[in-house]
Ligand binder design. Structure first.
Ligand code: CA2
Length: 146
């Protein structure tokens, strides 16, 4: 059975509480529930985690080596700053999909750089929280073709 980890970075625990015009009104708990459900229905073994701490995200990526076939990652603001997360993903041999709820390219210039994109097999931007569902479906399809 394919194993998929959904990893969310800093401040994404605040989803649904502020800035609904950018991030929608669903909470991270809502997103987790439907992601785990969709993934399971499509035959994947799903897990999810969120951390506000860069080192903890690195630990979770390292732990996924040998345990997961794919990672869907919304690294939040660390996307634009973290060489450590870049390096951890380099060491991960499975598939990586980078995901953002908003389209960072339509926002401040400091959000235009991604340290994750060069390592990602695919990138999903600006489709709202529906992007999580699309990422799971795309990840499952791409793991089936291996
Ligand atoms: O669009 C995305 O998914 C982002 O990864 C979200 C990050 C942002 O730093 C990236 O540039 C793009 C920020 C997540 C903060 O989420 C909040 C949600 C509700 C209230 C406050 C913050």
């Amino acid at each position: 059975m394919m194993r998929i980890l959904i990893l969310n970075g800093p401040n994404l625990n605040l989803l649904g509480t502020r800035e609904p015009e950018i991030y929608g009104s669903e909470t991270l708990a809502d997103i987790d529930v439907y992601c785990l459900k969709i993934g399971k229905e499509l035959g994947a073994d799903m897990s999810s985690a969120q951390s506000n701490h860069e080192g903890e995200l690195v630990d979770l990526i390292q732990k996924a080596i040998g345990e997961c076939d794919g990672i869907i990652i919304n690294a939040g603001a660390y996307t634009h700053t973290s060489v450590a997360i870049h390096d951890a993903l380099r060491a991960f041999p499975g598939k990586v999909i980078e995901l953002h709820i908003s389209n960072p390219h339509q926002r401040e210039s400091f959000r235009h750089k991604s340290f994750i994109a060069p390592l990602a097999d695919a990138v999903i931007l600006g489709l709202g929280t529906e992007g999580y569902e699309l990422a799971i479906k795309a990840m499952i399809d791409s793991l089936k073709t291996i």
